[in-house]
Design a protein around this ligand. Sequence first.
Ligand SMILES: O=C(O)CCC(=O)C(=O)O
Ligand SMILES: [Fe+2]
Length: 222
Amino acid sequence: MLAQIQAPPTIYYIPEFISPEEEQRLMSSVYAAPKPKWTQLSNRRLQNWGGLPHPKGMVAEDIPQWLKTYIDKIGRLGIFGDCLPNHVLVNEYEAGQGIMPHEDGPLFYPVVSTISLGSHTFLDFYRPISEDNQDSTSFEERYLTSVLLQPRSLILVCDDMYKTYLHGIEERTTDNVTDKVVNLSQCEGTSIGETLSRKTRISLTIRHVSKTFKNKLIFGKR
Ligand SMILES: O=C(O)CCC(=O)C(=O)O
Ligand SMILES: [Fe+2]
């Protein structure tokens, strides 16, 4: 049912997961959030919905209906085992902004689902530093592959691609389409040799935080 792409296990890419109208509505809802909902970082801003993930557990907060619709839609894909997503991280990147290569780590069930709005980007994957080859440490050497995330698409990163490999977004305003883009066959109208200009992109990263608390009281007493 889901088209898996040619990369280490397992990445699924679904173009046009939402309609242009849904994309507009979601972007309007993100920008309608009260200003204090935004956390400004040096190279992007973000909103947490569902609570703040923490190693001791997340104090679960209600998620608004405009996001719940998509949590349910993704939940129905059956990729989160017995769980359902309970957290949405909204990231906003202006053209030229990105996120350093990282792992999402053990706070989450090892599946991440991301809807892209407003612009494409390249999500780049890197090998971890291996125990037997400590020399090869630069990200350039460890670079593996890129996935072109088109607006309105959904990407699912599971298994080793979640647990072992790192992912990041380079701070660039344009992206050159090369044969390193593994999902080109699913990106209609895009071909090798093209240069794509980034605009402001919003991503909805939808995950399951394993450890949660119902309210602040219980959390506060620990
Ligand atoms: O914006 C994205 O698509 C990736 C975000 C990400 O990797 C994260 O927030 O952990
Ligand atoms: Fe991440």
